[in-house]
Design a protein around this ligand. Sequence first.
Ligand code: GLU
Ligand code: MG
Length: 436
Amino acid sequence: MSDDGIVMLAWSDYVGVTRCRAVPSSQLASRMESGLGWAIAGQALTPFADIAPNPWGPMTEVRQIPDPSTHTRVDIWPNSPALDFVLCDSRNADGSDWDCCTRTFLRKALDDLRAETGLELLSAFEHEFVVVGDLPAAPPFSLEALRNAAPLAHDIAVALEAAGLNPETIEPEYGLRQYEVTVSPALGIAGGDQAIMTREVIRECARQLGLRASFSPKPYHDGVGNGAHVHFSFVDEYGANATYDPTHPSGASAVARSFIAGVVRHMPAMCGLVAPSPVSYMRLGPHHWSCGYAAFGIQNREASIRICPSTSKDPATAARGFNLELRPPDPTASPYMVLGALVRAGLEGIRAGLELPPACDVDPSDLTDEQRAEMGILPLPSSLPEALDLMLADDVVMSWMSPVMAESYVAVKRMEQELTEGETDEQTAERYRNAY
Ligand code: GLU
Ligand code: MG
C-alpha cells in the first residue's frame, strides 16, 4: 500500500529500545537539518513506564537529527501503511554532539580506532528471537519449525531486501519457536544502524501476521536464550581483512591479537554495557553457548570472544571470511553501545600491545579453578548488580563514557534491577518478553 503517510525519526537509547517521533512524509526534507526536539529526561526511561532519577529537568532538549543513509522504507503489505523510519543522532541545540547519545558513543569509538590504527570495523549481529503467538511446536533446527513460520520467514526475506539490507540466513534455532536472522556485515556506524533496522523490520513482519518477535535474552524463564552475537573484522585502507594473518598459528593478525586481549581483559566489566539487564543474567552462563567466562577460543562457542576461521581452500576467500565473534551481548543493549564498548575494549589492548591470551579449547566451566587461574580466565558476572559493580570498579571502562552518561546510565540500570526485585524468574521473563 503506497502512501505518503508518516516517517518516524527514530533513535536507540540506553536500554536498546528504538524510540521515535513521526512527521508527515512530505515534511521529512524540511526536517533533515534541524530534526525534532526530544526532552532529555526520556533518556532515563527504563524499558517500562518508569523513569530513573536523572539530572535533567523538564526544560532541556536535544535535537534528533536524521541521518539520511539510514532511511528505511518497507512497503510490502497491501493493507497496511509502509514501515518508514530514519535513524537519528541526538545533538545539543547548538549542533554539537550530545555526550549521552548512543550512536555518538559508537561513532567516537570508531573515530579513535581509525585515527590510531587506520582501520574500519566491519560488523554484523546474529539476531535470535522467539515468536510469541499461535505457531505449532516443532523439533529444534527442523525444516518443520521453519515451515511452521513460512509466511514470516518469507516476509522477513522480502522486507529486509526492500529495506536495502542483504539477508544472509533465516533459520530455525534450538529453542521452541526460536529463529535466527543474519544480514551481510556493514562498515563503521552502519553495523549498528543495520542491527536496529533488521530488528525493527523483523518486528514489523511478525506484527503484520498477528505475531510478536521477542528479542528478550530469556523470553521464557525455562526456555532457550536469545543472544546478539557480533561477528566482526577490520578493513584496512586497501579494503583487505586486517584481522587475518595466515602466518600466525591462530590466523589472527598482530592488531587482532591485541584487540582480542583487550576485550578479554575488560569483558567482565563490559557486561554492564553489553548484557545490561536483570534478564541478561538468566541467559549468560556456562553450557548454553551464551558463555559464562571471559575466555578466548578458536571456534569455541563457550568462549566470550572467538576466532571464526573460514573453511575455504581458496586463500582469497579464506582471508575475506576470517572473522572474530563476541558472544555475551544480548538485545537489551543498544547495538551502538555493544559495538562502541567492543571497539573501546579492543583499542585498549592495541594501545597496551597486549599478547593474545591462551586459546581455551574446552568449555571453560569444565576446567578447575586452578586451570582457569593459570590461563587468566575470569568468570562473567552472574547478576546485573554484580555487573554494574565490576563496571564501576574498572576505571578504564568508566572512562569510555562522559561522567553524566555514566551516572545516568547506571541510574537507569539500577532502577531496572529494583523493579525486578522480589519477582519470580517467570515474572521477570514475562516483563522483558513483552518489552523486547
Ligand atoms: N542462543 C544462544 C545464546 O543465547 C546462542 C546459540 C548459538 O550459538 O547460536 O547466545
Ligand atoms: Mg544462534
